[in-house]
Structure formats: C-alpha cells, structure tokens
Design a binder for this molecule. Structure first.
Ligand code: SAH
Length: 397
C-alpha cells in the first residue's frame, strides 16, 4: 500500500524535525486524507521534503504516531522487533529482580511506538491498544513477543471504541489461559491481578515507587486514610509498613471485596482495617462531623469523576480536595497528593497544592516528589508522556 502523504504546517516543521512523536490534527494541513486506520503516513514539509513517517491511529491524544525519521526504514516485523527488544533490554533489571515480577515492558512512544503498551505480570503479557490503527499491528506484535522467549499467555485491552464489532470477552489472545487472580509481587508485596475482567486489572503499575515509599518511609505507626482507594493497593503498602490502621474509601461497590482480597493475599486480617464504600466527598463530611483525624492521607483521584452529587475535575477541583485533606489531617501529618492527569505538569499541580494550603491558612513542606517510574520510559521529545505527578508533603500546622 502506498503511504499517505500529509503536509505539516510551516510553523510546526521544526517540531517534527526534532522528533516530536504525536501527529496532531491542528498541525497538519490536510488531515482529511487520513481515512484508513493503521495506514502508514509520510509527514512532509509544504514543499514536499520528507520529515518522518508514522501511522494513522486516531485516539483522544491525536491522529497517530511518528515511528521514524529515516525514509528508508520499513515499518515491518523487523522494525517492531528492534523497538520491542530494545525496550526489553532496558528492563533487564526488572526481569532479574527477585521481589518484583509486574512491570511495564513497552511504554508506547517512550519506547518508539506510540499507541501500544505492554505490561508483564509474572509470565503473562498484557497489551493495551489505544487506537484501531495501533490494533492493526496486532499480528506483528504477537510475532515479536513469540520471538522474545517463553511466556504463559498474552491478554489484551482494546482501549478504543469497537463500535459493536466483535469484542473478545475475556481479552485472551494466545497461550495458556490464566487462572485468575494470579498473585504477582512488587517489592515483596503481593497483589491479586485479573487480566480477564475489564480495563483495570487490580493495580496501577506506575505507582510502584510511591507504594514502596509509603511502606518503607512514611507509614510506620500512622493512622492512614486512602481515598479513591480502588483495590486498596496503597493501604496494603501502608499496613505492611506498620501503619496503626488504614481506612480505604471508594465509591465502587466492588472495591470492598477487591480490597479484602489484596489484604488477604498479604496475610493481613482485613477485619483490622476499615474498608468503606462511599463517595469520598461524603466521607470527608462524615469525618469532620465525627472529628476523625489522620496522620496520613492519600489522594489519588481519577482525572474526571462523576458521582451522583457532583463532578470532580482534577484540573479545577484539586485545591478543594487538598483543603478537605488538610481539615482532617493532624499537625505534622503526611499528605500524598497524586494525579495522572496529562493535561498539566508538575508546576501547575504544585500550584493547586499551594492554593489549597493558602486557602486553609495552613503551611506545608514538600518531602518528596515522584513522576513515572523507570519502566514507564518517557520519550525525551515528548515530556507530556510523563503524566504522573505525586507530591508527598507534611502539614506543618
Ligand atoms: N488510588 C488507586 C487508584 C484509583 S482509581 C490505586 O492506587 O490503586 C480511581 C478510583 O476512584 C476508582 O476506583 C473509582 O471507583 C474511585 N472514585 C471515583 N470517584 C469517586 C468518588 N467521588 N468517591 C470515591 N471514589 C471515587
């Protein structure tokens, strides 16, 4: 098939010459020529000079991804093998780690192919496809994984609209079906993982370093509140780090049994912990009414959350969330403020935190900051790919 030619607008030529990987609609003069998902595209200057080649795959972030600036390089199984084996090489220390067997082996544009990520869970691969275009490379990617050595099975998540087409119910692709949950290790912590049960598998691998810090540095002796707790992964880390008690709060009903399970696979009696199914904002009100206070509060909301009563938008409402946490925190208490919203950077996030403290007439000290861990490799030309921002701070008064 002949490559589709798209023309980069003048003012953006430099950007793409400097290896910017995301093909953005506003920067292309003729986006209407892009029709067939997965098609190879050539990015050209208005005068026809070649800049780079990539593929068309529409996702909320853009129209596709640049793959190479080398005109002679074919986008074939050899190309994919080169990128995927380089990515595996970068994760050697993870493959060798005796206490961690769940990590990301391929991080989209950070490893040279946007729109595709591959996670490793103790011998199982989980591929995330972020567009129909990315999905057209399925056979190629699987062939490469087959070449990389033994594995138990491959699962996948199609993170794009499949418009009523065939949907693979349990996301199984190939190999020997797993019996879920499988129990993986992360820095010696056990986590129950389901690869066959919806988009979220049990833990978010990108918070590994934060979980370890909570366990090893911050949790000892503390009364911990974990908000937006999902399966309680932070609570488990805190309990293993010697927290006096943890309270996990999440709106989703199934978070309770999932959290019980995560405690149980670590030999912690869940009855010694509080696991509450409730809107976090209702819980804050409840805690204030009952004069409950905490030595550590974890805030890890989704970028956007709609509950019955309100809509929470991280990019607007984070200062208020901080204020809620301040109100129920002890003097000297720790607040772990986290967001995975890619639409703003660390500076703006710290601005939200600062605003919350100023409006509460409270003072704080930043103890530590986190962004994506090493296995979530970020492309130097695309720092926006480093979406995770976590600030550990101490409430001073
Ligand atoms: N902190 C978790 C991940 C959070 S995912 C971890 O590290 O594993 C976001 C969670 O927020 C989801 O489980 C969702 O059910 C929950 N959630 C969204 N809106 C909420 C609200 N208003 N109150 C409580 N939980 C909410």
């Amino acid at each position: 098939m002949k490559p589709i030619q798209i023309k980069v607008k003048n003012s953006f030529i430099k950007k793409y010459q400097k290896n910017y990987p995301l093909i953005s609609k506003d920067e292309i003069a003729n986006p209407q020529v892009l029709k067939e998902e997965g098609a190879i595209v050539h990015l050209l200057e208005p005068n026809g000079n070649f800049i780079a080649k990539g593929y068309y795959g529409r996702q909320n972030k853009g129209l596709g991804w640049v793959l190479t600036s080398n005109l002679g390089e074919k986008i074939d199984v050899i190309f994919f093998k080169k990128k995927i084996s380089a990515a595996f090489d970068k994760r050697k220390s993870f493959f060798q780690d005796e206490h961690t067997n769940a990590f990301r082996v391929f991080n989209g544009e950070g490893d040279g192919i946007g729109g595709i990520t591959i996670d490793y869970f103790d011998g199982y691969y989980l591929i995330n496809w972020y567009s129909e275009g990315a999905y057209t490379f399925k056979e190629t990617v699987i062939r490469v994984l087959d070449d990389m050595g033994d594995y138990k099975a491959i699962y996948e998540k199609k993170r794009f609209d499949t418009k009523g087409k065939y949907i693979n119910d349990d996301d199984f692709v190939k190999g020997e079906r797993g019996e879920f949950p499988i129990i993986v290790q992360e820095n010696g912590i056990n986590y129950a993982i389901y690869l066959n049960d919806g988009a979220m598998v049990g833990i978010f691998l990108d918070q590994r370093d934060v979980r370890r810090a909570i366990r090893d540095k911050y949790a000892s002796g503390k009364n911990v509140l974990n908000t937006f707790s999902y399966t309680g992964a932070f609570s488990v880390a805190a309990a293993l780090g010697g927290a006096a008690k943890t309270t996990s709060v999440d709106l989703a009903k199934r978070s309770k049994s999932k959290t019980i399970e995560q405690f149980s696979v670590n030999g912690i009696d869940f009855e010694t912990q509080d696991i509450i199914v409730m809107d976090v904002f209702d819980y804050f009100r409840y805690a204030k009414r009952k004069n409950l206070t905490f030595d550590m509060v974890v805030l890890d909301p989704p970028s956007f959350a709609r509950s019955k009563k309100r809509t929470f938008r991280t990019a607007k409402d984070y200062p208020e969330l901080i204020m809620d946490a301040i109100e129920i925190s002890e003097k000297g208490g720790i607040i772990v403020a986290s967001t995975n919203n890619a639409s703003f950077g660390m500076k703006k996030f710290k601005g939200f935190i600062d605003k919350g403290f100023k409006q509460s007439n409270s003072k704080y000290q930043i103890l530590e900051e986190f962004s994506l861990p090493e296995d979530f490799h970020v492309d130097r030309s695309y720092p926006q790919g480093n979406y995770l921002k976590v600030v550990v701070l101490k409430k001073m008064n």
